[in-house]
Design a protein around this ligand. Structure first.
Ligand code: GDP
Ligand code: ZN
Length: 302
């Protein structure tokens, strides 16, 4: 190994089975092989590589990740899907329907990952001004939990401007149920997707339809990570501790409960219940908290 060949710094920008396309610090796109079968570099990872030839690198190590999105596979193993993102955009829409429980599950996941959630209500073109206003009032509670709430329509590009400003310079991933408009939105956020897709087909990694995940630069030092696994990311096994930590409004109020281990169900002098009664804590959030907590306790017993 020549001294000058070590430590090529790169970012994994596409991933397909054992193969990765990486972009080096100097802007070259190269194929990168894993040194060992156990290598787990995922899209978003910063990696250190050695050079094999002009177009090929070998990944030697993965640098610390500031965030990861993971799910448990069929064999019960933890699989990392993507890394190094700053925010999770939770997409919902009046069609197929705004599901508050699904929103809250994603927000709990974001809190536990330690990244900022952004709630995006797409397809507002389908709403009357009155119903849009009702949703704005109903979803105001998310703002008090520190979550940005954006109303827009992927079919009306001008309505996306405030959202694009929020995303500026950040790395984000889009999650949410199928049919809410995630692919339509991603097309607007990444005007130059062909750059990555073109590099991909030249690299011999595969056609873009077979590739598992991408990192699309948005041209402002931000990026969108897109993959079917990330888009379909479901949150079905949150533990009781995750739930308690993941409802920011409930968690903050809990500091004033009489019992430090208050479950906020039936205990006396519970600041959370008082908050719900006074309207400070949204009643739907509270009932979603209770139902997710009950689910978590139930699955812990099995
Ligand atoms: P995904 O499954 O979340 O990726 O959703 P898609 O982007 O595939 O969109 C699902 C359907 O919703 C498609 O028929 C889109 O044309 C439609 N759609 C997406 N955004 C909007 C929108 O803002 N308004 C309306 N009316 N339809 C939309
Ligand atoms: Zn309590």
């Amino acid at each position: 190994m020549r001294g000058t060949d070590v430590d090529v710094k790169a970012r994994v920008i596409a991933h397909h089975r054992a193969h990765r396309l990486v972009k080096t610090d100097s802007g070259d796109m190269c194929l990168a092989n894993a040194r060992t079968r156990g290598d787990t570099a995922v899209v978003g990872d910063n990696v250190l590589c050695t050079r094999v030839d002009d177009n090929t690198l070998c990944i030697e190590s993965v640098q610390d990740r500031r965030s990861v999105l993971a799910r448990t596979d069929r064999r019960g193993r933890n699989r990392i899907l993507a890394s190094n993102f700053d925010c999770i955009v939770v997409v919902t829409a009046p069609k197929p329907g705004i599901d508050r429980l699904i929103i809250d599950q994603y927000l709990v996941a974001a809190e536990n990952i330690g990244v900022e959630p952004i709630l995006l209500i797409n397809k507002v073109d389908l709403l009357t001004p009155e119903s849009e206003n009702r949703f704005r009032i109903e979803l105001e509670c998310y703002k008090t939990c520190g979550c940005e709430v954006v109303f827009c329509s992927a079919h009306t590009p001008a309505s996306l401007q405030p959202f694009l400003e929020i995303l500026h310079g950040r790395v984000c991933i889009f999650v949410g149920p199928s049919g809410v408009g995630k692919s339509s939105l991603i097309q607007h956020c990444v005007p130059n997707r062909e750059v990555t897709v073109g590099a991909l087909s030249r690299s011999g990694l595969g056609s873009h339809t077979t590739v598992a995940a991408y990192w699309y630069e948005t041209g402002d030092s931000g990026a969108v990570i897109d993959s079917p696994g990330v888009r379909e990311f479901r949150v079905d096994h949150l533990g009781a501790t995750d739930i308690a930590r993941g409802f920011r409004d409930v968690y903050n109020a809990a500091a004033d409960c009489k019992f430090h281990n208050c479950s906020h169900r039936h205990e006396p002098q519970c600041a959370v219940k008082t908050g719900v009664e006074s309207g400070e804590i949204d009643a739907t959030r509270y009932s979603n908290y209770l139902s997710l907590l009950a689910d978590a306790e139930q699955s812990a017993r099995h």
